[in-house]
Design a protein around this ligand. Structure first.
Ligand code: NAP
Length: 488
């Protein structure tokens, strides 16, 4: 059985929090387990409020030094970090699979995706341009400069243990901010490996800090309420995000929230059905359906319903379930038994409400955290499987006849993160793209996220953007300089 002992560079496996450039042990430890088999992968020190406060203090103490560096200097160090991540892509991918479960090819893809944000923002940090604005009178000039917001704190989820940190840290560091992250309890090892490589890259002590611990609430209070933190950025569920926004209100922090989703995937009758099937497979079953941009509801126009469902079912039946480190696995385990039970409950309740299981629909014999890739038909938009974020490998298919009806159903939800549709009709493409109340729209495309594009949601899917020039703005303050008394 492959395990942590097979990682080539054993120095990437860290057990302590990384604060102010050194590794901090705590009095107690917590276990990181492999969701594929329940084996303990490693024990990690259980930091708490005191260590979190220390990390904030260290980030504050080097803020002036880091922000005073030229964008070029910061870019050079970040480029080193990017290179090291890519050089260690295989090891980082294996660590990620061991603690999170996704297939190794996907895990390595996540490392490349996360590293791409570090590369992209290292370059974009050189383009923090200001502005000059014509003044209201001859003796005045208006100048706009942009400056780093200050110390940035973040909390990240388990579903992308590397990339959710990289997306935030890259923009923050490029803007001249310093950074503290508390990764999810289930996946601290990827975060600590990133810290080891940040140190090797020459990023100065205190600029990038990682505190690992299972006291989410206590550590979260420090990260949302500490007066030395200027900005808080979170990726996770909408419910937790709502309470963290409220906590940030007491010190009026800037906040960015990447929260839950309920992505519609619409197949119109003029679509390329083979392309739509492929798009639905990648947008639904990647990471065993545990991504915020995962297709959650598949709407298919009635005249192509049978054709699409047949081809889609055949493609889903080809997916190979197993340990993410086994050759050929395309779907790994779910993160936990609780997560699996939640999915099972949505399926069972929806069957009771009239839905039909066409494929799968139950636990998979590969292990207690494995769920069969599932397809459900005869689903309506109000059934539990459609009304909730599934976060598992289940595709509910809903039929429709009319473009305006499907738009209304797609938008009838509190989320607004990703959406997808397949059509070859240019008029329809514009109407539907403009009509979807979502921050991101994949048009004839099932994989839409990359470092150059603004990732983020509308409605209760959050606010702010990660990636792209818009993502850098989230870590910058606009300062207006009014120069007066210029008359002779
Ligand atoms: P979650 O329960 O909200 O947890 C996310 C993070 O918040 C974890 O680090 C967790 O710590 C921490 N946390 C939980 N309760 C907290 C509290 N009271 N105070 C402070 N921190 C707290 O979400 P999840 O179930 O792990 O992740 C799945 C969710 O994330 C889904 O809704 C998904 O859509 C969303 N997501 C969104 C995006 C996006 O970009 N929009 C990307 C990925 C995921 P512990 O690990 O200790 O519980």
């Amino acid at each position: 059985m492959q395990g942590i002992q097979d990682i080539k560079d054993q120095q990437l496996i860290k057990h302590f929090s990384y604060i102010n450039g050194s590794w901090h042990s705590s009095e107690t430890e917590f276990e990181v387990t492999n969701p594929a088999n329940g084996n303990v992968v490693a024990k990690v020190s259980n930091a708490g409020i005191a260590e979190t406060e220390l990390a904030v203090k260290s980030a504050k103490s080097v803020l002036k030094m880091w922000s005073a560096k030229s964008a070029n200097e910061r870019a050079g160090l970040m480029r080193n970090w990017f290179n090291l991540m890519m050089q260690h892509q295989d090891d980082l991918g294996r660590i990620l699979t061991l603690e999170q479960g996704k297939p190794l090819a996907e895990a390595k893809g996540e490392i490349a995706y996360g590293a791409a944000f570090i590369e992209w923002f290292s370059e974009e940090g050189k383009r923090v341009y200001g502005d000059t604005i014509p003044g209201p009178s001859g003796d005045k000039r208006i100048i706009v400069i942009k400056q780093p917001v200050g110390v940035v704190a973040s909390i990240t989820p388990w579903n992308f243990p590397n990339a959710m940190i990289a997306r935030k840290a890259a923009a923050a560091l490029a803007a001249g901010c310093t950074f503290v992250v508390r990764p999810a309890t289930q996946t601290p090892l990827s975060a600590l490996a990133m810290a080891e490589l940040a140190e090797r890259a020459g990023i100065p002590a205190g600029v990038f800090n990682v505190v690992t611990g299972d006291d989410a609430r206590g550590m979260g209070k420090v990260l949302t309420q500490h007066p030395d933190i200027a900005k808080f950025t979170f990726t996770g569920s909408t419910g937790v995000g709502q309470s963290l926004i409220a906590q940030c209100a007491t010190t009026v922090k800037k906040v960015s929230m990447e929260l839950g989703g309920n992505a519609p995937f619409i197949v119109f009758d003029d679509a390329d059905i083979d392309a739509a099937v492929q798009g639905a497979i990648v947008s639904k079953y990647r990471n065993a359906g545990q991504t915020c941009v995962c297709t959650n509801r598949i709407f298919v126009q009635e005249s192509v319903l049978e054709h699409f469902t047949e081809k889609f079912t055949a493609a889903v039946a080809e997916l190979s379930i197993g340990d993410g480190l086994s050759e050929g696995t395309t779907i790994g385990p779910m993160i936990s038994k609780t997560a699996l039970d939640d999915v099972n409950k949505l399926v069972t309740e929806s069957v009771a409400a009239g839905a039909t299981i066409t494929l799968g629909g139950d636990n998979h014999p590969a292990g207690e955290n494995f769920y069969q890739p599932t397809i459900m038909t005869n689903v309506t938009n109000d059934m539990p499987i459609a009304a909730n974020e599934i976060f598992g490998p289940v595709s509910p298919i809903i039929s429709f006849t009319d473009e305006s009806d499907v738009l209304a159903m797609a938008n009838d939800c509190e989320y607004g993160l990703a959406s997808y549709f397949y059509s070859r009709d240019i008029g329809r493409i514009w109407r539907v793209a403009e009509g979807l109340e979502y921050g991101m729209v994949g048009i004839n495309e099932g994989i839409i996220s990359n470092a150059a594009a603004p990732f983020g949601g509308m409605k209760q899917s959050g606010n702010g953007r990660e990636g792209s020039k818009y993502g850098l703005d989230d870590y910058l303050e606009i300062k207006y300089l009014c120069m007066g008394g210029l008359d002779k």
